[in-house]
Each structure stands twice: as structure tokens, then as C-alpha cells.
Design a protein around this ligand. Structure first.
Ligand code: FAD
Ligand code: FES
Ligand code: FES
Length: 469
């Protein structure tokens, strides 16, 4: 049993005894005294706490921006992090920081460390980012006084000139040894068998993947995390397999990694994933966590259901079960996952030549926002008629759900505005949208019908990309 967390920070090995459930932000600002990293929202939204996180075998093993406020110390055991203090070298600012200073890219300065770290992460991995990629990298960093133009310009000025300092030998690689300190324990198993054993031995432990849902819940409700099991190093949950028929993603594969694999083949899914939180959230949050949290407004499930994805999960005794993802969700936040079971993987079939897929997210903001409605549609045509169709929605019921009656109404018919209107009339019977501050039930039903119509226009090559959708 270890009593300390070991990792590399700004190129130097660190070994520190803290409760493994301490947030990384509290760890680096507290015992490690690196106060350049700031706390704004403490919920993964503002980016003031951005650090670069590099983990062996995750996100291609490169350093990516991540939110320290919703990450726990146990998650960085064996990893490398870079804080704003690690950007300058021997007192000399890196060229991005210099460009930001010259360009007036900072006023009150509160957001500046997070922005400098996020952009350094972008430029270290991409020497010639385009405008969209720079904006993408900033989607998780809120600046309330400077405005983004001088920040974007500084990024353009520094492009091609940023390298991260090579780190010292990692003092310690991720291990499955239990970490225990001050009444809190964490296990970071490296195999499915060890994960299930940990689930049996610590039945009340919090099962933590990226922590982008749990970290927020914890900040909001002060949830007790005295016992944690981290899935990030479980090799079976980290695997990605691709063949001619589809992709199989282990549950602990991050959204950034999913994007890297499907972005080209399924551009519409790629656009959705690029709008999933922010760079920071995508580099931490996992496909399994998005399903495990079973939110009615999660973006992954509607897209995966429309694509005909299957989920594989294991019960605590090791028995595995595979089923269509749509059958996994039972009721609000209730799933087929047995007590203390784990999601192992998700299989996504590749659409064939006569099958078409699109997903649309409607939210109040383009980036870093939760869906009001997410509509995902898969269709198989036979000549001019619809042979088969799946219409899946998020934000339209207590669970992500298919609109079965509307699908039946469309089958065997051409995809015309009249047929879509008739199918849309049935959505109220299929789905039970809520009225909340994001939108009324009526608004959601109208949006859902409009999205099916947009799908038709898209398939006919009639639509242009609409930023607000
Ligand atoms: C700022 C911000 C923006 C966000 N934007 C979006 C967005 O645009 N769209 C969206 O859908 N979501 C969004 N989210 C929510 C979140 O990022 C996603 O749901 C993410 O996929 C969760 O994955 P995770 O690995 O972080 O899960 P965690 O927080 O680690 O876990 C979530 C739940 O899943 C369970 N779990 C994790 N892994 C497994 C497993 N292998 N087996 C069984 N249960 C498991 C956990 O026990 C927990 O109950 C956002 C969150 C934040 C903070
Ligand atoms: S403090 Fe706002 S994202 Fe972490
Ligand atoms: S400079 Fe003040 S918030 Fe960005």
C-alpha cells in the first residue's frame, strides 16, 4: 500500500502524501505551492484551472489541456502535468506568453494562466493551427474582460514556435497498488480482473473515469469520496479496435480519442464531439462515463443509439453481457448495469453505402453547452423509399430514446416534407419532453420535428452549416 501520489510536475518528479480524493487544483495550489493556476468556477466551465496532462497511452500520450478543479489526485498518479509555472524556461517566457504580453491579450489577468496553458497545449501539438482550431482550443477558457481577438492573434504569432520542455524521467508509472492516506483510499487497477476485484472489495467506492461528471457533482454536493476506484489504466477499458464493420471503444477511451477515430468517417458525429464540452473536457471525459452517468441530455447516447451501437458490460462476478445501447437505459438515471458492474466497451457499426447518419445538437451556445435537444438519425434507403430508420433523441424524455411510432410512419415511404410532418405529429406520443429553463416541451417537439426535416435537406444536399445548431 502506498501513502503517496507520485507524478511529474513541470519536468520534476513529485511524491506527495495527500488524500487521494484531493482535487489536483487544491494539491498544486496547496502543498505544491504552484498558485499560478487559478480557481474560477470549480466546475470545469471557465478554464482558469487549466493544466496540461500527459498520461501514457491516453490521448496519444501527448500533453492535453485538462481542468485541475474536477480532477482528483488519484487520477494523476504516474502522469505528467504542466502548470503555468512550467511554461517559462529559466525565467524567460515562452513565445506564446511573450506574444500575449506584447499583444495586450490580458487585462485583469485572472484567465491568463489558463489561456496560456491551453494555447501552449494546442501549439505544442499543432504547429500550424487554423482559426477554427484556435477557437476550439479556447472554447473551455472564459475571458470576461479582454475579448478573444488579441488572444487569438497571439496564438497565431506563436504558432510553429512552441515546444514543451522534455520532462525528466517519470519517477513512477501508473500502478495498481492501493493509495491510502488520511482515511481515504484509491485503487487504480490495470486490468478488468483487478477492477472487478476492487469493486468486490470496495463495494461503496466511487467508480471514477474522467471525473468530468463526478467532479462537478462532487464540487456541487460535497459528495464523500473517501473510497475511489479509477478506471483510466484498465487495459481492456482503454482499447480501441477498428475493422471493416465498425469500431469498438473501451469504456475508458476519451472523447478526444473517439473523435480521432470517427471524425473523418462520420463527419457529423465528429462535429458533435467537437462541440462536446471543451478541449479540456474531451481530453478527460470518456465514452463509458457519458453512458454510465445516464443523463437524459448526454450527447453520446442519442448518436450511438441511432448508429445501432451495442454496449458490453460486466457484472461484479465477471459475467459479461452485450445488448443494444437503446435497451440499456431503463428510466431516469436507471440502467441495466448490475450493482457494482462496469461498462467494458461500446461497439459502433460503420454505416454502409446505402445508410446515412447525421446528428444535430441544439443548445443555447455553440460551444461548452448542454443540449436542449439532440437529434440523431440513421436511415437506410431502398430506391426512393425508406427501408429502415432510427430516430433517436436526447432531451426529449427521461432517457435517450428512439421515436418508434414516427419511425414506423416513415418506413416504406419517400423522405418528403409531408411524410416528415406526419411523422413529427407522432413525436408527442413517442416522447415526453420536459419544460425547463432551456426550453418548453412544445419548443422541444417543434425543434425535434425541424431536425428530422433538416436531416432530409442534408441528405438532399440542400442545407448549409448553421452555426446555432
Ligand atoms: C464543462 C463540462 C462540459 C460538458 N459538456 C458535455 C457535453 O457537451 N455533452 C455531454 O454529453 N456531456 C458533457 N459533459 C458531461 C461529461 O463530460 C460527460 O458525460 C463525460 O462523457 C463523462 O465521462 P467521465 O469519464 O468524465 O465520467 P465520470 O465523471 O468519471 O463518471 C460519470 C458516471 O459514469 C460512471 N462510470 C464511469 N465509467 C464507468 C464504467 N466503465 N462502468 C460503469 N460506470 C462508469 C461513474 O461511476 C459515474 O457515475 C460536460 C461536463 C462538463 C464539466
Ligand atoms: S476553475 Fe473553472 S474550469 Fe476549473
Ligand atoms: S483578462 Fe480578465 S478575465 Fe481575461
Amino acid at each position: 500500500m502506498a501513502q503517496a501520489i507520485s507524478f511529474t510536475m513541470n519536468g520534476k518528479p513529485v511524491r506527495v502524501s495527500v488524500r487521494p480524493d484531493t482535487t489536483v487544483l487544491d494539491l498544486i495550489r496547496g502543498p505544491l505551492g504552484a498558485t499560478g493556476t487559478k480557481e474560477g468556477c470549480a466546475e470545469g466551465d471557465c478554464g482558469a484551472c487549466t493544466v496540461l496532462l500527459k498520461r501514457e497511452g491516453i490521448n496519444g500520450g501527448v500533453a492535453n489541456a485538462a481542468n485541475a478543479c474536477i480532477m482528483t489526485a488519484a487520477q494523476i498518479d504516474g502522469a505528467e502535468i504542466t502548470t503555468v509555472e512550467g511554461l517559462a524556461h529559466e525565467g524567460v517566457l515562452n513565445l506564446l506568453q511573450e506574444a500575449m504580453a506584447e499583444n495586450g491579450s490580458s487585462q485583469c489577468g485572472f484567465c491568463t494562466p489558463g489561456i496560456a496553458v491551453a494555447l501552449t497545449g494546442l501549439l505544442a501539438n499543432n504547429s500550424a493551427p487554423n482559426e477554427e482550431q484556435i477557437h476550439d482550443a479556447l472554447a473551455g477558457n472564459l475571458c470576461r474582460c479582454t475579448g478573444y481577438r488579441p488572444i487569438v492573434e497571439a496564438a497565431k504569432k506563436a504558432a510553429g514556435k512552441i515546444q514543451l520542455a522534455a520532462s525528466a524521467e517519470t519517477s513512477h508509472s501508473a500502478s495498481s497498488e492501493e493509495i491510502s492516506f488520511d482515511g481515504a483510499v484509491a485503487r487504480c487497477p490495470t486490468s478488468l480482473a483487478e477492477l472487478l476485484q476492487a469493486r468486490r472489495e470496495l463495494p461503496n467506492a466511487t467508480l471514477l473515469a474522467g471525473g468530468t461528471d463526478l467532479g462537478v457533482a462532487r464540487a456541487a454536493y460535497e459528495k464523500d469520496w473517501s473510497s475511489i476506484i479509477v478506471t483510466n489504466n484498465v487495459k481492456e477499458l482503454r482499447q480501441t479496435q477498428e475493422d471493416a464493420t465498425g469500431w469498438t471503444f473501451g469504456a475508458a477511451v476519451t472523447w478526444q480519442e473517439v473523435l480521432n477515430h470517427v471524425g473523418e468517417a462520420l463527419p457529423s458525429f465528429g462535429t458533435l464531439i467537437r462541440r462536446f464540452g471543451s478541449t479540456q473536457i474531451r481530453s478527460m471525459g470518456t465514452i463509458g462515463g457519458n453512458i454510465g452517468t445516464a443523463s437524459p441530455i448526454g450527447d453520446g447516447p442519442p448518436a450511438l443509439i441511432a448508429l445501432g451501437a451495442k454496449i458490453t458490460f460486466a457484472s461484479v462476478d465477471g459475467a459479461q453481457k452485450t445488448m443494444p445501447l437503446e435497451d440499456f437505459f431503463l428510466d431516469y438515471r436507471k440502467t441495466e448495469l448490475p450493482q457494482n458492474g462496469v461498462i467494458v466497451s461500446v461497439h459502433i457499426p460503420k454505416p454502409k453505402a446505402d445508410e446515412h447518419f447525421r446528428v444535430y445538437k441544439v443548445s443555447k451556445r455553440y460551444d461548452q453547452d448542454i443540449s436542449t435537444v439532440c437529434g440523431a438519425f440513421w436511415i437506410k434507403m431502398s430506391g426512393d423509399n425508406i427501408e429502415d430508420v432510427r430516430l433517436a433523441f436526447g432531451g426529449m424524455a427521461a432517457i435517450p430514446k428512439r421515436a418508434r411510432q414516427a419511425e414506423t410512419a416513415l418506413k416504406g415511404k419517400p423522405l418528403t416534407a409531408e411524410n416528415i410532418f406526419a411523422a413529427g405529429q407522432l413525436l408527442g406520443e413517442d416522447l415526453t419532453p420536459l419544460t425547463d429553463w432551456r426550453g418548453s416541451a412544445t419548443y422541444r417537439e417543434q425543434v425535434a420535428t425541424a431536425l428530422i426535416k433538416r436531416f432530409m435537406h442534408d441528405l438532399n444536399g440542400e442545407t448549409v452549416e448553421v452555426m446555432a445548431l
